[in-house]
Design a protein around this ligand. Structure first.
Ligand code: PRX
Length: 630
C-alpha cells in the first residue's frame, strides 16, 4: 500500500514485512473486488479443488439465506488433506502437538489423512450418513481434529462442544442437534489436573436421550464408566478391520452443511450457527493466506480451543487448506510457569501466533522477563482476536513478543461470519486498538438506530452490507430466528450486535457488544444461559447477570439473585451457587461477584434492565430510567 500519512498513533510496516508478505498491496484486491466482486471470489475458489465447478458465485434469490458457489461440488476435508497428499506435502508435518504434561506428537499429512479415513470408516459403521449431526466433546488433542475432518469427509455435520462447558450446556447442545453419535475423551489435562470429560458426558447423556454410540478417546487414562452396548474405546475400534478400508470422500455440494456451532445470542438458548462446505472453505482459506499470511513452510499456532469458531477456522480448516503445519497445545498458558508459551514457540519455531487480548493481558502482569528469556525470532506475524485489544496490550505484544518486527493483525469477526471480516493485511499501517478496514469489497457501516451512517468518530451500530462466502447460512432448527436476529433491524444489512466508531482515515474501532452477550476472556456467553442456570438451583427465585469491565478478562460476570422466600443469604450459599454455575454451564461462566437483592430493576413489561445494574455496579449514572417500573 502506498504509505499515506494517517492520523493518530500509527505503526508502519517494515521493508522486511512488505518483502515477505503474500499480498504486497491491498489496492490490487480492492480494485479487483470493486470491479467484479463475484469474479474476485471465484479466482480464490479456483485455487482449491472442486469435483464440479459452480454455476453461480452468489445466489441471492432467497436472501438473507444467501448461497455461494451453487451447483459446485467439493469437500473441505478433501481440500485439507487429499489435495496435499497428492503433492510433496505428503510427508510434511500437518500437526505438531504438545500435551500439558510435556508429551508430544507429530503427524504428517499422509498420517493425518490416514487417521481421518479410518475414523470416517468407524462413523460409517455406526450408520452415520451425510447430514447427520455428530457431537464432539474433547480437550485439545489431535483426535479432535481427526474427528472433525472425519465427519466432514463423509458429509456428516460436526457439532463441537467446548470442553470447558459442562453438563447442562452439553445436554442442550446434544438435544438440539439430535446427535446419535458422541465423540468424547476420558479427560483432559488443565493446570495439572484432570477435567473428567467422560463423567460430564455421562451425566449429560442421562438428560439427553438421542445418543446411541459413544466413541471414547483415551487421553488421561483414569477409570471411566463404559456403558455396555453404547460406549467404545477409539483405540480398540481403530484396530478393527472395518477401520482399514478405503474411505471414499463424499462429494458434497457447496451448500451442504459442514458444521453447526452453538453460540450465545440476545435471548434464550444458544443457537446453532450453520456453515457449509463451499463458501466457508473459500473464506477461511483466503483469510488465513492473506491476513495471517500463512506460507508453505510456516508453523501456525492459534491458541484458541477447537470448540470455538476461532479454533474451527484458524486451528483446523484455514491452516490445513493452505498446507501449513498446525501447532496445538493442550493445556493452560501459565503451566507450570508463565514462560510455557514462549518456551514452545522457541522449541517448535512457531512463525505465526494467533491469540486473544485476554491472554496477552494475562502475560503482561508477569512482566517482560519470562518472554525475554526465549528466542522468539521465528515469529513473523502476531494475531489478535475475540475482543477489542487495548492499545497498551497491543504495544506490549508488539514490543515484547514481536520484538518490534512483527505486525499485530487484529482480526474482528464472529461465529456467524465464519471468517475474518475486519483486519489489516500485514503490509498496512497499523493503529493499536483498531482492526483497520473490512475485507476488500465488503461494505460495512456504523449507523444510528434508524440506520443512518453516523459521523466520523461517533459511536453507532456496526452493520455489514455485502454478502461474504463464509456468512452464516441459517440457525439450525430455527431459520426464522436467523432472519429476526440479524437481518430485520436494518433491512438488507447484517446486524453484528457490536458497536463501533470509524475514524477519519476509515479505520474501524470496535467497542463491544450492544446486546446481552458477555465476552469473558474472549469467550462468548449469554446472560440468558447464566440466569437460567441460576434459576435451576433450588434456592433461587430470580437472577440477573451482567458483564462488568475487568482488567484481564475484558469482562467479568456479576450476578444479582433474588432468593426464594424464607431463605437467608450466606457466604456458603454464594460458594454453592458459583459451583452450581460451573457444574451446569462451565467454569468460564462462574460469576466474579454475586449479590443477593430483594428486587431487580425491570421495565413495565417485565424485562430486566441490565443497563441499570451495570451502571450501579460501576458507580455510574444509569441514564434514562423513565421505563423503569419503580
Ligand atoms: O464483540 C465482538 C468480539 O467477539 C464477538 C464475536 O464472538 P464469537 O462469535 O465468539 O467469535 C469470537 C472470535 C471470532 C464480536 O461480536 N470480537 C471478536 N474479535 C474482535 C472482537 N471485538 C473487537 N476486536 C476484535 N478483533
Amino acid at each position: 500500500m502506498g504509505q499515506i500519512e494517517l492520523t493518530g498513533d500509527v505503526y508502519y510496516p517494515s521493508p522486511e514485512t512488505i518483502a515477505n508478505a503474500n499480498l504486497k498491496d491491498r489496492s490490487e484486491f480492492d480494485k479487483r473486488a470493486e470491479q467484479d466482486y463475484e469474479g474476485f471470489w471465484a479466482d480464490f475458489a479456483n485455487e482449491l479443488d472442486w469435483f464440479q465447478k459452480w454455476d453461480k458465485v452468489i445466489d441471492d434469490s432467497e436472501k438473507p439465506f444467501y448461497k455461494w458457489f451453487t451447483g459446485g461440488r467439493t469437500n473441505i476435508s478433501y481440500n485439507c488433506l487429499d489435495r496435499h497428499v497428492k503433492t510433496y506435502r505428503r510427508n510434511k508435518l500437518a500437526l505438531i502437538w504438545e500435551g500439558e504434561d510435556g508429551e508430544h506428537r507429530t503427524m504428517s499429512y499422509f498420517r493425518l489423512h490416514n487417521d481421518v479415513c479410518r475414523f470416517a470408516n468407524l462413523l460409517k459403521s455406526m450408520a452415520v450418513k451425510k447430514g447427520d449431526r455428530v457431537t464432539i466433546y474433547m480437550g485439545r488433542t489431535p483426535e479432535i481434529i481427526i474427528a472433525m475432518l472425519a465427519c466432514a469427509r463423509i458429509g456428516a455435520v460436526h457439532s463441537v462442544v467446548y470442553g470447558g462447558f459442562s453438563v447442562e450446556s452439553l445436554t442442550e447442545r446434544i438435544e438440539d442437534s439430535q446427535s446419535r453419535v458422541l465423540i468424547v475423551a476420558d479427560g483432559a489435562y488443565q493446570r495439572g489436573k484432570i477435567v473428567k470429560l467422560k463423567d460430564i458426558a455421562d451425566e449429560a447423556l442421562q438428560r439427553a436421550g438421542t445418543v446411541e454410540h459413544v466413541i471414547v478417546v483415551k487421553r488421561t487414562g483414569q477409570d471411566v464408566y463404559m456403558e455396555p452396548g453404547r460406549d467404545m474405546w477409539y483405540h480398540e475400534l481403530n484396530k478393527l478391520p472395518i477401520a482399514n478400508q478405503p474411505c471414499v470422500v463424499e462429494e458434497t455440494s457447496s451448500e451442504d452443511p459442514l458444521f453447526i456451532l452453538y453460540t450465545s445470542g440476545t435471548t434464550g438458548k444458544p443457537k446453532a450457527i450453520l456453515h457449509t462446505h463451499g463458501g466457508y472453505m473459500v473464506g477461511t482459506y483466503v483469510t488465513t493466506k492473506y491476513y495471517l499470511d500463512v506460507q508453505d513452510a510456516d508453523r501456525i499456532w492459534c491458541t484458541a480451543d477447537p470448540g470455538w469458531i476461532t479454533g474451527h477456522s484458524y486451528i483446523v480448516y484455514g491452516p490445513l487448506l493452505n498446507g501449513a503445519t498446525i501447532f496445538m497445545y493442550e493445556g493452560a498458558p501459565y503451566h507450570p510457569y508463565p514462560n510455557r508459551w514462549w518456551q514452545m514457540i522457541e522449541k517448535y519455531g512457531i512463525n505465526i501466533l494467533y491469540t486473544a487480548p485476554t491472554a496477552i493481558r494475562g502475560f503482561m502482569r508477569f512482566g517482560d522477563s519470562w518472554a525475554n528469556r526465549h528466542d522468539l525470532s521465528s515469529l513473523r506475524i502476531l494475531g489478535s482476536v475475540g475482543e477489542p485489544i487495548n492499545p497498551e496490550a497491543w504495544k506490549w505484544y508488539h514490543r515484547v513478543i514481536g520484538r518490534e518486527r512483527c505486525p499485530v493483525i487484529d482480526t474482528w469477526w464472529q461465529t456467524e461470519t465464519g471468517m475474518h471480516m475486519i483486519s489489516p493485511f500485514p503490509t498496512m499501517p497499523l493503529k493499536p486498538g483498531s482492526g483497520s478496514l473490512p475485507f476488500p469489497g465488503v461494505k460495512m457501516e456504523v449507523v444510528d438506530e434508524q440506520g443512518n451512517p453516523v459521523k466520523a468518530n461517533e459511536e453507532g451500530y456496526l452493520i455489514i452490507k455485502t454478502p461474504w462466502p463464509a456468512m452464516v447460512r441459517t440457525i439450525f432448527n430455527d431459520p426464522q430466528r436467523m432472519v429476526d436476529q440479524y437481518w430485520t433491524k436494518y433491512p438488507g444489512a447484517y446486524m453484528t450486535g457490536d458497536s463501533a466508531k470509524i475514524d477519519e482515515d476509515g479505520y474501524i474501532w470496535v467497542i463491544g457488544r450492544v446486546d446481552d452477550v458477555i465476552k469473558v476472556s474472549g469467550y462468548r456467553l449469554g446472560t440468558a444461559e447464566i440466569e437460567s442456570a441460576f434459576v435451576s438451583h433450588h434456592a433461587v427465585a430470580e437472577a440477573a447477570a451482567i458483564g462488568v469491565p475487568h482488567e484481564i478478562k475484558g469482562n467479568a460476570i456479576y450476578a444479582y439473585i433474588i432468593l426464594k422466600q424464607n431463605l437467608q443469604p450466606s457466604d456458603e450459599l454464594i460458594e454453592e451457587l458459583r459451583k452450581h454455575i460451573a457444574h451446569e454451564v462451565g467454569p468460564i461462566a462462574k460469576p466474579e461477584h454475586i449479590e443477593f437483592v430483594d428486587k431487580l430493576p425491570k421495565t413495565r413489561s417485565g424485562k430486566i434492565m441490565r443497563r441499570v445494574l451495570k451502571a450501579q455496579a460501576m458507580g455510574e449514572d444509569p441514564g434514562n430510567i423513565s421505563t423503569l417500573e419503580e
